[in-house]
Design a protein around this ligand. Structure first.
Ligand SMILES: NC(=O)c1ccc[n+]([C@@H]2O[C@H](COP(=O)([O-])OP(=O)(O)OC[C@H]3O[C@@H](n4cnc5c(N)ncnc54)[C@H](OP(=O)(O)O)[C@@H]3O)[C@@H](O)[C@H]2O)c1
Length: 320
């Protein structure tokens, strides 16, 4: 699997990041280990988990995904070959919501314990916390880098202006600021005003900010949880916008031209952007994983990228 530099860190990571949100809850240990093995065999080394994964599953409390990844790391003995990201910010169980310094520090230790490792390669603020001063949050992350428990700090689910504030503070204080940005993003454009709760999208503002500052952007839920190809999982109303039909048609045309699937074209489209996006994707079954990894073999022509980019009118570009 191709590697690309993560932001301006000088560190190369896989161009596809494997998300483990459902591991240990919706996927058993054995199923999860199989999916991890398939990703690893394809050359992948960038794994995304979170302290609260997967409290959103009916059988989850939080912590299950890290426990599964930790067991797999121990069994394979491959921690040093991997780049492991986790997150803090969503409350679960006794752990409070938000990014108070005490939560960041204690949850880092809890994540390291569940994963059975001595440092995280990347530690994300999982969502913005407007009640805690950015200074407190950033200083706590910085102290973890200084202590050797974290190599890089990332942001997830932030508005661009808050990232700009955070960068200004980190620069002024000489702290390790947010290196990269993980937000929701797919090929379809959401309806104007669609409500995603705490989730924030990669939008034009964020893209131009990330590009200008050389920050890698990682789209999560890139495949809309299978909705591009699955009759049992229709595309949600949040994406039923005026240009949806045209975007789906373009996706199908390009997929047909390449003898590929819609999922593969979505991931390839992201990876072909300049600078590239780095999708955090997953697959529920081995055949999903194999299909999705097939995106790595696709080459999109300039014409195909233009067709995909220009399909449908851009609802955000209408004059006021
Ligand atoms: N920072 C954040 O706030 C945040 C939020 C969400 C996710 N994430 C991260 O991003 C990762 C990916 O998110 P996601 O799981 O929502 O993304 P996704 O890749 O859009 O969805 C993955 C799910 O889609 C289905 N799927 C995938 N490939 C398929 C295929 N080829 N055919 C049919 N169905 C397919 C499977 O569902 P089933 O398992 O149901 O079959 C799979 O579990 C997560 O694991 C997590 O690490 C981060």
């Amino acid at each position: 699997m191709k590697k690309i530099q993560l932001s301006q860190t000088g560190i190369d990571v896989s161009c596809l990041c494997l998300g483990t949100l459902r591991f240990g809850t919706l996927n058993t240990y054995e199923q999860s280990a199989q999916l991890l093995d398939i990703y690893l065999e394809a050359g992948g080394m960038f794994i995304d988990t979170g302290n609260s994964y997967n409290q959103w599953s009916a059988n989850g409390k939080g912590g299950e995904s890290e426990v599964v990844v930790g067991r797999w790391l121990r069994e394979r003995g491959n921690r040093d070959d991997l780049f492991i990201a986790s997150k803090v910010g969503f409350g679960y169980g006794e752990v409070p919501d938000g990014l108070a310094a005490s939560t960041i520090i204690s949850e880092c230790d809890n994540s390291l314990k569940r994963l059975g490792i001595d440092h995280l390669d990347l530690y994300y603020a999982h969502k913005d916390d407007p009640r805690t001063p950015l200074e407190e949050t950033l200083e706590a992350f910085h102290s973890l880098v200084k202590a050797g428990k974290v190599r890089f700090v990332g942001a997830s689910n932030y508005d661009a202006w808050r990232l700009a504030d955070a960068d200004a503070i980190a620069t002024a204080q000489g702290w390790h600021g947010f290196t990269c940005i993980e937000q929701r993003f797919t090929y379809l454009r959401p309806n104007p005003g669609a409500d995603f709760g705490d989730q924030r999208l990669i939008n034009q503002n964020l893209m131009s900010y990330g590009d200008a500052r050389g920050k890698t952007m990682l789209p999560y839920t890139p495949l809309l949880r299978g909705a591009y190809v699955r009759a049992d999982r229709p595309i949600s109303a949040a994406y039923a916008g005026p240009d949806t039909e045209a975007r789906i048609a373009a996706l199908r045309e390009v997929a047909q031209e390449l003898n590929a699937t819609a999922n593969q074209v979505v991931l390839a489209w992201m990876m072909h952007r300049q600078p590239p996006l780095l999708p955090a994707f997953s697959g529920g079954r081995p055949e999903h994983m194999q299909e999705n990894l097939g995106a790595l073999d696709l080459t999109l022509s300039t014409e195909q990228m233009t067709k995909l980019n220009n399909a449908g009118h851009c609802v955000n570009e209408e004059p006021n």
